[in-house]
Design a protein around this ligand. Structure first.
Ligand SMILES: Nc1ncnc2c1ncn2[C@@H]1O[C@H](COP(=O)(O)OP(=O)(O)OP(=O)(O)O)[C@@H](O)[C@H]1O
Length: 600
């Protein structure tokens, strides 16, 4: 029977006994030890410096350990990976106490290669104190069939794969599901829209009856229901919404601006370091990402590109290096996710937007076909664990509210704070500056209305960000100089050059990934593309453009400070002051920016 649980509910029957500790212990005291996990797993958890389980871990781990089917909806960055990996490892370790026969007990299906890589690494880390007892294999790298077959020939305990790869290997008898005990569908709501319908149906036919099924998702959608049907499952629903105090988690801001003003603001924000810390900038498409990179290059601002056209090794390496703090700015285009996303929220609102969006999609069959040429297993706004991202900038607003959720979910992960800043083009300004226009902006206002509704439902306010336009204007002529240099030809050349360079790097990466990881640090992805006319003078900001306080004033704490410390509610509540900073001046850094105009 299906049961629904939320933060306060308790499950009945079987899970009851498992849940007791969670409900009896005060949240602050609850530790990983209370989950009754194997000591070797507890050691690995301690090594990762996880102090206590997150809400989703507290709720899902006991249910999974009790063998129940679980469908878990919890927000982005809330620790869903560990919530299924830990019980998975615990049950394999338990099994190993009584049997030495090798068999594949768990299949973890993920929609993208990046995610497969990430989950594999998470498993490696959690299993670091019991590595001999746990064999995990990921199938998504571009390995030959022979290599995949040999990897699978030892019947690894856990196989991580995209559905397509998994089916390919099951179909060729390289992978056997006969002894499967647990099936995990991570980012479950994406599986079908990524075009894995047939693979899923095929796999479902061969998954033995009674296999425990765990589904993880940040959003619930009709696709998740479809998956339940495909696998004949009626799991216990854990619908977890963790309340956030004002100023905690993500602070949402929008700037309403003209199309060219986006470039102006981006220049001012990054050149004057109004935003400190790491940042992901989302743009509408691949060309746009090169345009912005070349534009930044004009001012000496370094950035990396992430898109579906780049080879997978480069993509994974960019994320790894970003997480090692080698780069501060990633310009990402998430065109696939954009095309495939539909808004369950909008549908709930009954405003018919879903149909409208579908119609829009069908109007652009060419776009879909174009997409097919790129990596069909790419996705950057979904599930990727970018660490310590202070700000997500929607340079181009996504086309759905659910895309917005996933994009901004790259910040404020693991209980930290972050900021989402979105540029929104009002209808009256759409197509008013043709060189910088982008089709998706036509609907910006509509999408913003949906985002506001969506955030309101979870008690979040989307605030306006009012730049002092007059003062920002002082930078316009420099912006125009830079924009003029970034011609269509320069963008096209940059795209081709980057692809060529990354393919070469990717080969290098492939060779070194396993043998010599230290060598990889010399491979960088934020080099200058130099396809646009160079204007060295733009790299400096003349003093007369700076605010009265000078550069020191711009980079001091009250400007551009995005707090990345973890939430500490008890402290906020007791003293209040620190909490005020989060929602007040500190979290609202750009407002303090005042540029002095040229006086002569
Ligand atoms: N108990 C914990 N304490 C501290 N950090 C944690 C804990 N659990 C997970 N994390 C960290 O939180 C980050 C986000 O975790 P994870 O990627 O599992 O989130 P998610 O819910 O799967 O996100 P998404 O919906 O975007 O896929 C990771 O860097 C992870 O190491």
């Amino acid at each position: 029977m299906k049961r629904k649980l939320d933060k306060n509910d308790r499950p009945s029957s079987a899970a009851d006994s498992e849940q007791k500790p969670a409900t009896e212990k005060a949240e602050a005291e609850f530790s990983f030890t209370d989950l009754g996990l194997d000591p070797r797993l507890l050691q690995a958890i301690a090594k990762q410096k996880f102090e206590k389980p997150t809400l989703v871990q507290r709720k899902a781990i006991p249910l999974a350990l009790s063998g129940q089917d679980v469908l878990c909806k919890a927000k982005t960055g809330s620790g869903k990976t560990a919530a299924y990996v830990l019980p998975l490892l615990a049950s394999i370790l338990k099994k190993k106490q009584t049997t030495t026969t090798a068999s594949t007990s768990a299949l973890v299906l993920v929609p993208t290669r990046e995610l497969a890589d990430q989950v594999f690494k998470a498993i490696e880390q959690f299993a670091s104190f019991c590595a001999k007892d746990i064999q995990a294999v990921k199938l998504t790298d571009k390995l030959t069939d022979a290599v995949q077959r040999s990897l699978l020939s030892n019947s690894p305990d856990i196989v991580i794969s995209t559905p397509a790869r998994a089916w390919h290997n099951v179909n060729s008898s390289a992978l056997s599901l006969e002894h499967l005990v647990c099936l995990v569908l991570d980012e479950a709501d994406l599986m079908l829209s990524y075009g894995y319908d047939e693979d899923m149906k095929n796999l479902a036919k061969l998954v033995p009856k009674g296999v425990q099924t765990i589904m993880m998702s940040a959003t619930l959608s009709a696709e998740v229901d479809a998956l339940k049907e495909i696998f004949y499952r009626d799991p216990t629903l854990l619908d977890l919404e963790e309340p956030e105090a004002d100023g905690e988690g993500i602070s949402h801001f929008v700037v309403k601006c003209g199309e060219d003003e986006k470039f102006l603001l981006a220049y001012v924000i990054f050149k004057l370091q109004l935003i400190k810390g790491k940042c992901i900038i989302f743009v509408a498409d691949i060309d746009r990402s090169y345009r912005l990179k070349l534009f930044f290059e004009q001012f000496g601002i370094r950035s990396c590109i992430l898109n579906s056209e780049l080879p997978v090794n480069s993509r994974i390496h960019v994320v790894e290096e970003f997480n090692r703090n080698v780069y501060d700015i990633i310009i990402a285009s998430d065109e696939k996710s954009e095309m495939l996303n539909v808004d369950p929220e909008d549908d709930e609102a009954g405003d018919g937007k879903k149909g409208e969006e579908k119609e829009e999609e069908s109007k652009h069959p060419k776009k879909r076909r174009k997409l097919a040429k790129r990596d069909s297993e790419y996705g950057v706004s979904r599930g990727i664990d970018f660490k310590n991202v202070g700000t997500v900038i929607n340079f181009d607003l996504p086309t759905t509210a659910s895309s917005y959720t996933h994009r901004i979910g790259r910040t404020a992960r693991a209980g930290k704070n972050g900021m989402a800043l979105s540029f929104v083009v009002p209808q009256a300004l759409y197509r008013k500056h043709m060189p910088t226009t982008v089709d998706t902006a036509e609907k910006d206002e509509k999408v913003l209305a949906r985002i506001i509704r969506q955030q309101k439902k979870i008690g979040k306010e989307v605030k306006d960000y009012n730049f002092n336009k007059e003062q920002v204007e002082a930078f316009r002529y420099r912006m125009n100089d830079a924009l003029r240099a970034v011609t269509k030809v320069a963008v096209r050349e940059a795209r081709t050059r980057e692809l060529r360079q990354e393919l070469l790097k990717s080969e290098k990466l492939k060779r070194y990934f396993e043998e010599n990881p230290a060598e990889l640090h010399h491979v960088r992805h934020d080099g200058e593309l130099r396809t646009a006319r160079s204007q060295p003078h733009l790299k400096h900001v003349p003093d007369y453009l700076l605010p009265k306080e000078g550069k020191k004033g711009l980079t001091s704490e009250e400007i551009g400070f995005v707090p990345l410390r973890k939430k500490d509610r008890s402290r906020h509540h007791k003293k209040g002051k620190r909490g005020v900073k989060v929602g007040g001046r500190r979290a609202d850094p750009l407002k303090t920016f005042k540029a002095r105009r040229k006086t002569k």
